[in-house]
Design a protein around this ligand. Sequence first.
Ligand code: PLP
Length: 344
Amino acid sequence: MKIENLKKVNLGHYPTPLEKMENLSKELGKGELFIKRDDTTGPAFGGNKTRKLEYLFQEAIETGCTAVLTFGGTQTNHGRATVGAAIKLGLKPILILTGADPGYLSGNLTLDALMGADIYFVPEEKDEEAVADEVIRKYEAEGDKVYSVPVGGSNCLGAAGYIISVKEILEQMKERDLTINHVVCTVGSMGTYAGLLIGAKYFNAPFDVIAVPVKPGEKNAEVLEYANEVCVYFDLGITIAEEDIKIAYGPASAPYAGEEYNKPDPITRDAIMMLAKSEAILLDPTYTGKTFRGFVELIQAGDWIKSNENAMFIHTGGVMALWTKEHLDDMQEQLRMNCKTTKV
Ligand SMILES: *Cc1c(COP(=O)(O)O)cnc(C)c1O
């Protein structure tokens, strides 16, 4: 079956808005800059995971599952989006989270708890797969059938979400007669970036797709392998070549990924404040903040994104992570410097 005809459940609102960033375009003084608001997909604040989950939940329902289990860190956006999707579709949401119970439910955990998810906190030293097997056996003994979604929803089937999103982008460009030369997104568990890369090639898009990693380490080889696995899985008749993969790591002295995953540095927070102050669009500290810093620096440098070219940033969501105690604590000083507070 052609990938365009692949069945999915409906969870998100599409097309997501494609907005021109007028103020930011002026501020940077290069080409026209756009943003694709995949932070607005829904449900439960959605984000990029919704596009993948539509295909995965289709399979869950087709196979008669009554509960859905997935994995992530304690603040996983993917987990929260999966809980939201499960609730909408009447399935039981189960989260296997790596990390100790923080003892205080903030950010995504607040939302998971509000939606009544079953949450298992697994200490770092324990094997979460083994824990998941045990948990699944427990639910199955009680009569449930459990569908297991991999980390980030990034298996072959999940990648369909972002492959198909390219069709949506191309339709919006056509409707509004827009030229977009580059699309920039985050690369984490890879479903988003690989999907966009494949979609761009499969649908003959006029743009290339550039990704910014959110944790230190080389990522090109992994993306290449996964993307080609997906091409074979869907029998797309295309292959992704090494030179199709454009991952921007940033300067060695201050890489875009920062020191570690989920740890934004002051440069990342500056980038978050830059977009907040120019467009009133809010980014998250773990993924889109780091990616947006890369986006701005790529435009300023003019190598990959030339000064007369137009670029689009994909906002993949996750803003609720800003309201976790650790990020708020980290940010206090910089926040004060970014605004004017007056004691009256
Ligand atoms: C998961 C996530 C990403 C990364 O997407 P992958 O498909 O896992 O590479 C980017 N941004 C946000 C906000 C996310 O939650």
